[in-house]
Design a protein around this ligand. Structure first.
Ligand code: FAD
Ligand code: NAI
Length: 476
């Protein structure tokens, strides 16, 4: 078979891969992108984990379930009476599938617009080195592609607990967790990380009795402790049962449900009986099937592709980005790396600032942060000043009836440069953007304190937190 020649072949069309492909095409390269994800009818579904079983569908269900929760528990405060409130799970899931499809189609359109050739199937290295690489596409339309540069963006998959493989019926990964057909009476989650809290929130809001079993003794260990404490209080108040410091033992799945033997932090044996069990204990890089051995592409002990800070692998002209390499498993981190690699291939100076990658957990209250936590600054011996401002004292938050949480700003004690901002509360996901911009421009807390913020707006809480760094809040 003759091979089709491209400047750049991208394997994987998640946010890392499809964005890298588009940026490379914008820079004038001939580009192919290969992705194997199939929709329910076997057609292509580009967008990766993020679009199909991650960021997008989880946010759709978080929105639907939040609307339901608001109507059931908070509309009455506004004088709005709701009778006969019910959730039609099938309709909610169909809406989610529709939004996913819009995103799949959007990416196919963007490929066309940017003249990226899309190949639906599995990409694998066949041969290469020196003058370029041969990549095969297996699937319905088998092809052989030749490329000078290859960008691997194959993403990650859910990690299973040993002895409890995913069947996506009773024992669920993030995939099954986003298409449960009716609200389970009792839902168990293993791992109180980002997926555990977001997906657990969806089904709790719809009426499930949710228990989360977490191995670590601390709740949300990577989050600023003060913010994590506040979030823990809010989730517990909402009825999410979070057990910390547990050891999960035998898991048995039967016709009726799943039983989980576990030991609590005091060493007492416990048993959890649930209708469904979601296992969200982290993710593993996707490198199986890539035939990395064929070209000598080096992986680390976790199976992630080894790269330097520029996303270069051990092979010339082979790059890797996103979840399949080191660093946080976030869609926007994958995108940033994809853009930077395309620009580096074009001889430009692509850049990713790992210190200003925002994190968001889309629970209610939302949790968002950028930069260093207070515990990280202490551990590094950095002297800092902290300012906090509660949403309780913010006019817009009161108007919304959503006053949980705070904004916390950390600034260098000597220079006043902002070192981290941590938010738990309404629209934290949107508020964090200002803080990312501030840190990118190496702003001081005084810079934010002196900027006019619209009134009444949640963003005033950020300004007040900046004023609080200098102990001069105006509204608290
Ligand atoms: P992926 O999105 O995993 O895409 C990789 C693609 O490559 C897939 O389509 C896969 O099928 C394909 N592929 C793999 N191997 C091959 C092969 N050999 N040949 C062809 N194709 C192949 N991040 C956020 O930033 N915000 C969020 O709100 C968020 N929510 C999430 C919610 C959930 C439930 C989950 C599971 C994840 C969430 N994430 C979120 C994380 C985010 O989805 C990932 O960080 C992101 O998708 C990584 O992008 P990627 O391009 O590296 O890989
Ligand atoms: P995670 O790393 O966020 O959390 C996993 C949790 O499981 C940890 O708290 C860990 O201590 C715990 N754990 C591990 N093994 C365990 C065991 N045997 N028993 C009990 N607990 C155990 O991983 P998660 O939630 O699976 O999500 C994967 C990644 O997906 C996230 O790290 C994040 O990068 C990404 N994601 C991002 C989202 C966002 O940006 N809003 C949303 C969802 C996922």
């Amino acid at each position: 078979m003759t091979s089709k020649q491209f400047d750049v072949v991208v394997i994987g069309a998640g946010p890392g891969g499809y964005i890298a492909a588009i940026r490379a095409a914008q820079l004038g390269f001939s580009v192919a992108c290969i992705d194997e994800w199939q929709n329910s009818t076997g057609g292509p579904a580009p967008g990766g984990t993020c679009t199909n079983v991650g960021c997008i569908p989880s946010k759709v269900l978080l929105q639907s379930s939040e609307n339901f929760d608001q109507a059931g528990h908070h509309f009455a405060d506004h004088g709005i009476q709701v009778q006969g409130l019910a959730i039609d799970v099938a309709k909610m899931l169909a809406r989610k599938d529709q939004v996913v499809k819009q995103n799949n189609d959007g990416i196919l359109f963007l490929f066309k617009k940017n003249k990226v050739s899309f190949f639906h199937g599995r990409g694998a290295f066949a041969a290469g080195g020196g003058a370029g690489y041969t990549v095969t596409v297996s699937g319905a339309a088998a092809e052989t592609l030749a490329a000078r540069h290859v960008i691997v963006a194959t993403g990650s998959s859910a990690r299973a607990l040993s002895g409890a493989p995913f069947d996506e019926d009773k024992i669920l990964s993030n995939d099954g967790a986003l298409r449960i057909q009716s609200v389970p009476k009792k839902l168990g989650l293993i791992g109180s990380g980002v997926i555990g809290l977001e997906v657990g929130s969806v089904w709790r809001r719809l009426g499930a009795d949710v228990t989360v079993l977490e191995a670590l003794p601390a709740f949300l260990g990577a989050v600023d402790e003060q913010i994590a404490r506040e979030a823990h209080k809010a989730f517990t108040r909402q009825g999410l049962k979070i057990e910390l410091g547990v050891k999960v033992g035998e898991i048995r799945s039967g016709k009726k449900g799943v039983s989980v033997a576990w030991t609590n932090a005091r060493g007492e044996a416990q048993m959890l009986e649930v209708d469904k069990l979601i296992v969200s204990i982290g993710r593993v890089p996707n490198t199986v099937g890539l035939n990395a051995e064929a070209v000598g592409l080096k992986l680390d002990e976790r199976g992630a592709i080894l790269v330097d800070e520029q996303c270069k692998t051990n092979l010339p002209d082979v790059w890797a980005v996103g979840d399949v390499v080191r660093g946080p498993m976030l869609a926007h981190k994958a995108e940033e790396e994809g853009v930077a690699v395309a620009e580096r291939i074009a001889g430009q100076h692509g850049h990713v600032n790992f210190n200003t990658i925002p994190w968001v957990i889309y629970t209610n209250p939302e949790i968002a942060w950028v930069g260093q936590t207070e515990q990280q600054l202490k551990a590094a011996g950095v002297t800092y000043k902290a300012g906090t401002f509660p949403f309780m004292a913010n006019g817009r938050a009161r108007a919304m009836g959503d006053t949980t949480g705070m904004v916390k700003m950390l600034a260098d004690a000597a220079t006043d440069e902002i070192l981290g901002v941590h938010i738990v509360g309404p629209m934290a996901s949107e508020l964090i953007a200002e803080c990312v911009v501030a840190m990118e421009f190496r702003a001081s807390s005084e810079d934010i304190a002196r900027i006019c913020h619209a009134h009444p707006s949640l963003s005033e809480a950020t300004r007040e937190a900046a004023l609080a760094v200098d102990k001069r809040t105006l509204n608290f």
